[in-house]
Design a protein. Structure first.
Length: 101
């Protein structure tokens, strides 16, 4: 049984950074998912795939995995690269690319 420890990124529906500071321990699937022939739903007999444990820090998640004898891998979060620009820069006279409609 193995697990993945990661810090979730913000969703596409968020403009802020809510719910991104926590670390999550998620179990890897032990069996593949199947398509139900009658309804077409995706099913699985793997109950551990439904478990998501949240921790305040990465060290807490790692110590939990080690205490319970879980093989784990840590995925470090990628920082977003933000460029500071202003609306007035669209109308600068020395703009490299001309602004047109």
């Amino acid at each position: 049984m193995s697990a993945r420890i990661f810090s979730p990124a913000k969703t596409a529906m968020q403009s802020g950074k809510a719910k991104t500071g926590l670390w999550v321990l998620e179990f890897d699937p032990e069996m593949p998912r199947k398509i139900d022939p009658l309804m077409g739903y995706t099913t699985s007999g793997d109950m551990k795939s439904q478990i998501r444990l949240a921790f305040e820090t990465k060290e807490e998640a790692i110590s939990y995995a080690e205490k319970n004898g879980l093989a784990y891998r840590v995925q470090e979060p990628k920082e977003a690269k933000r460029r500071q620009i202003s609306y007035a820069e669209n109308f600068k006279y020395d703009r490299k690319i001309p602004w047109t409609h």
